[in-house]
Design a protein around this ligand. Structure first.
Ligand SMILES: *Cc1c(COP(=O)(O)O)cnc(C)c1O
Length: 406
């Protein structure tokens, strides 16, 4: 009973798709664990994890089970009705975090949009129309809607679309003095990634986040952590804020939270949540039963001592080998990051050439990522087998050897 499938190839992309992406030359068709196969049957080791999304790799039995079970039960009812998977997942998120209330949506940008709107709404309700400014970090990334590119600290994503959202100041990341100078009583929120992901896999310093928390408290501003990339186990903790012991007022989660199914959430306290009263905000697909059933399976597997300890052990495996490769071939000045979000900073000789590492790795059968032009990024499954790590790093080393010899 399957739908007729017309053969397609990479060349079709340029014929039918908006050219805002430049996908690799091959088309992945199947995945199992941390291995992926393309149309020609070529097998690759996946260190990219769908950009920090496939938190349990490909076709994890718990996720396939949850999705297919729910697929046979109920797909969608809208928020005119609630549903069991959404309520169960929200309860699990509340039990596992600082949060007392959850808003479900479908992407990181949407979770941040909700977070920023909530922060503005709270300030508007409690302090009036003058308190709406947001302080965010240079080089940060918060998504691609107009509000989220405006808050994001990368002009290449926000320029060229006409007027931006106003009242947003950007300060250098990890610079507490600059943050102090920027925050005032007109600030409604300070927005930070505890680990800057797209900006180059740069973890915050503890004193910076502690200082941000203190500044927010002094100025009646909300602390918003964007954990779209750092969250759901990736840092070796369920959320990176737990590693730092600095609790935000609002947290956005996406990417790993759905394990590959489009899914996101904004977490907050009961006191703040009540400013989003009936009709103030919403999204049709938010809390979709399929997405929430998968999300429930993700948190059940990820939020266990074994998996989280495994993330930290696998971090060490990656780091030791990548540092060795970096030294031997003179390509990395630093290997940084937390858990299974790892960035290799290119040396001056290789600056701007992260894409060449991506291409070389692909040719040797390993999928990696960049984080900007100067950082090679790894964001594999949190349950990647050690054998896959070793095989993938063997292939990566061969890629680096060839690249540096050429
Ligand atoms: C990926 C990312 C986003 C945007 O998520 P989308 O699902 O692409 O909208 C926002 N913030 C951070 C930190 C991200 O890494």
């Amino acid at each position: 009973m399957s739908v007729e499938q017309v053969p397609v190839q990479r060349a079709d992309f340029d014929q039918v798709m908006v050219p805002n992406y430049a996908p690799a030359a091959f088309i992945p068709v199947r995945g199992q664990g941390s291995r992926v196969w393309d149309q020609s049957g070529r097998e690759l080791v996946d260190f990219s994890g769908g950009i920090a999304v496939n938190v349990l790799g490909h076709a994890h039995p718990a996720l396939v089970g949850a999705l297919t079970e729910q697929a046979n039960r109920l797909w969608h009812v809208s928020n005119v009705f609630t549903n069991e998977p959404a309520l169960r997942l929200a309860r699990k998120l509340v039990d596992a975090t600082f949060a007392e209330r959850v808003f479900f949506c479908n992407s990181g940008a949407e979770a941040n949009e909700a977070a920023f709107k909530l922060a503005r709404r709270v300030a508007h309700d409690l302090y009036g129309t003058e308190k709406y400014e947001i302080v965010a970090a240079l080089n940060s990334f918060h998504g691609r809607t107009l509000f989220t590119v405006s808050v994001g600290g990368q002009p290449k994503y926000s320029d060229g679309f006409g007027p931006k959202i106003t009242g947003i100041t950007h300060v250098p990341y990890n610079d507490l003095e600059a943050l102090k100078a920027a925050v005032s009583d007109k600030t409604c929120a300070v927005v930070l990634e505890p680990i800057q992901g797209e900006g180059g896999v740069l973890p915050a310093e503890l004193e910076y986040l502690q200082g941000a928390r203190k500044l927010c408290d002094e100025h009646n501003a909300l602390l918003v952590f964007d954990e779209v990339q750092s969250g759901m186990g990736r840092s070796g903790h369920l959320f990176a804020y737990m590693h730092y012991g600095v609790t935000p007022d609002i947290l956005s989660s996406a990417k790993s939270i759905g394990g590959g199914f489009p899914m996101a959430a904004m977490l907050t306290t009961e006191k703040l949540a009540k400013h989003l009263s009936v009709g103030v905000h919403g999204t049709t697909y938010g809390g979709n039963p399929l997405a929430c059933a998968v999300g429930e399976a993700v948190i059940d597997v990820v939020n266990t001592p074994e998996v989280l300890a495994g993330v930290n052990a696998k971090h060490e495996l990656f780091k030791a080998r990548l540092e060795k490769i970096g030294q031997q071939y003179g390509v990395f000045s630093e290997v940084r990051g937390m858990g299974l979000l790892i960035g290799c900073v290119l040396t001056d000789a290789w600056k701007g050439k992260a894409k060449e590492f991506f291409n070389a790795a692909e040719h040797e059968g390993v999928m990696i990522l960049q984080a900007g032009p100067d950082v090679v990024r790894f964001a594999p499954s949190l349950v990647i087998e050690d054998a896959d790590i070793n095989e993938g790093l063997d292939r990566f080393e061969r890629a680096v050897a060839k690249l540096t010899k050429a």
